[in-house]
Design a protein around this ligand. Structure first.
Ligand SMILES: [Ca+2]
Ligand SMILES: [Ca+2]
Ligand SMILES: [Ca+2]
Length: 181
């Protein structure tokens, strides 16, 4: 995949309402989709942690990417940033991991720190815009030790390998055509 195609895929992944701009509304909608997927009370601590983490992620992304400060990240702005930052793990770690952690925590209904396949499917469909077939394909690849459970580290490793390198099982989660819109 070319760098531009990779950037487009990632951009579309975050442009939740598909209007060609990434805004605070897209991040809020993404957080709400995750909360809805687990029928969580939006006022519960775990649900509010998801919304807050996604809004912090938005603020961080906007500060770095919204160069003309119009409150929106255009694809041109995204692409500029993408050129310089895709190979740097630190940005990924700092920005995205806390949001994914709150989503994972919400998905982990019995709080044992791991997701069974059904919990994993619901999380990835909501948080990554993946469809069910792709998420089912991804599960055995992400469950790298094959114990039938996905722990947070396995989940993050897969997403990271895609975000940073454009490869791996994370591609199945964020891959093109994953969204119906
Ligand atoms: Ca949008
Ligand atoms: Ca802008
Ligand atoms: Ca496992």
């Amino acid at each position: 995949m070319t760098e531009k195609a990779c950037a487009r895929q990632a951009f579309d992944h975050w442009d939740e309402d598909g209007d060609g701009r990434i805004t605070a509304a897209d991040y809020r909608a993404r957080a709400h989709r995750v909360i809805d997927a687990f029928s969580a009370d939006p006022q519960s601590d775990r649900a509010r942690a998801v919304t807050e983490a996604y809004m912090r992620l938005w603020e961080r992304m906007a500060a770095a990417l919204d160069v003309d400060k119009d409150g929106e990240i255009s694809f041109a702005e995204y692409l500029n940033w993408f050129h310089g930052h895709t190979k740097r793990n630190g940005d990924f770690e700092e920005a995205l991991v806390p949001a994914l952690r709150t989503a994972f925590t919400l998905a982990d209904a019995d709080r044992d720190g791991r997701l069974d396949q059904e919990e994993f499917l619901r999380l990835t469909i909501a948080a990554s815009g993946s469809d069910r077939d792709r998420a089912e394909q991804a599960f055995p690849q992400i469950d790298t030790d094959g114990d039938g459970w996905v722990v947070f580290d396995e989940y993050i490793d897969a997403i990271r390998s895609f975000v940073v390198e454009g490869e791996g099982a994370g591609k199945l989660l964020v891959g093109s055509g994953a969204k119906s819109s």
